[in-house]
Write a protein that binds this ligand. Sequence first.
Ligand SMILES: [Zn+2]
Length: 171
Amino acid sequence: MAPQYISVALRRQIREDAKARCGYCHTPEAFIGMPLEIDHLFPEALGGATVRENLWLACTRCNDFKGDRIKAVDPQADDEVPFFNPCTQRWQAHFRWSLDGSSIIGLTAIGRATVQALRLNNDFILVARNFRRTVGCWRPLEDHSQDSEAEYNRSASSACRPRRSSVDRGG
Ligand SMILES: [Zn+2]
């Protein structure tokens, strides 16, 4: 079956809802330098519809690692669970950043399974995150909502003040 056409208006809506960043690794489009892909949350190959509720943004790596799967193994329980759904679930409920801002930590079975299956802390992205940190582009402030104030202050060095990038505004 040929991929369904996604209208310009629908693409724009998805991009706005996703705040122009990957729904899984939260990498902003501005850091990738090319358009993020439209991810069918329930894969098109398995009959997933091309409708707003089934679409989100993903980077090429996350989208490729996800492929046509709907489940992954939670490494802690060795049990299959559904992937994180960026359209219906809160990122902060399933993931948090490590204190140095380099790694994504899974907090739940869904979070752990997604981190492992989509390799959210792969070697390439670790280099990019560390570079962003070095030049002062901290992770989005909203991802911090679960950190305590003290933890936040400890993790943000003076040379690396958190600030919102343009793609994170307006949400
Ligand atoms: Zn990603």
